[in-house]
Design a protein around this ligand. Structure first.
Ligand code: AMP
Length: 183
């Protein structure tokens, strides 16, 4: 591909957006912009937005389009995104896709990848998923870090996500069909 790679990854929870996205980012030398990771960082930092988002996230629901549009347009305006980027977890609604069209009017997307994975496979991956609390690296009970539950990449603690409970998983998969499916 010539010129900056501006890539969007679509796909249900557990489809592999984070895992495959990290590989693509390394290949193209572009930043991995995951809205879920950005929201979890805001929760950890205890910002006002983070505290409000945590309740919504733990229920498996979606943060408002208004908040997401602000977060993404600020992030894409940072210097490291000028040479391209990979967006993971955004857009997730038709409203967000319309926002993104406006945000990228002067520097349009190059490619959208939609990862399609059967339901039984994503369910199995989500219940066994473990993530690094600090850097977001993804593991599973079948492919754990090499030393205990300590991240190979940054030494952070590897845990189960608060929203990887059976109830929240089901709600997020239903929401994906309803809100993101139309994309
Ligand atoms: P993810 O890590 O992509 O599964 O996102 C975790 C949670 O963050 C989601 O279940 C939502 O509550 C919230 N979230 C992440 N990205 C978005 C988005 N684009 N729009 C609304 N909520 C989001």
């Amino acid at each position: 591909m010539s010129g900056p790679v501006r890539l969007v990854m679509l796909g249900r929870q557990g489809a592999g957006k984070g895992t495959q996205g990290a590989r693509l980012c390394e290949h193209y030398g572009i930043p991995h912009i995951s809205t879920g990771d950005m929201l979890r960082a805001a929760v950890r930092e205890g910002t006002e937005m983070g505290l409000r988002a945590k309740e919504v996230m733990d229920r498996g629901e979606l943060v408002s389009d208004e908040i997401m549009g602000g977060i993404v347009s600020e992030r894409l305006a940072q210097d490291d995104a000028a040479g391209g980027y990979l967006l993971d977890g955004y857009p997730r609604t038709v409203g967000q896709a319309e926002q993104l069209e406006k945000i990228t009017v002067d520097a349009p997307l190059s490619i959208v990848v939609d990862l399609v994975v059967p339901t039984d496979v994503v369910l199995q991956r989500l219940v066994s998923r473990r993530v690094c609390k600090s850097c977001g690296a993804i593991y599973s009970v079948d492919t754990p870090p090499s030393e205990g539950w300590t991240c190979d990449r940054c030494g952070g603690e590897v845990v189960q996500r608060d929203d990887d409970t059976p109830e929240a998983i089901q709600k997020r998969l239903d929401l994906y069909e309803r809100e993101t499916g139309p994309l």
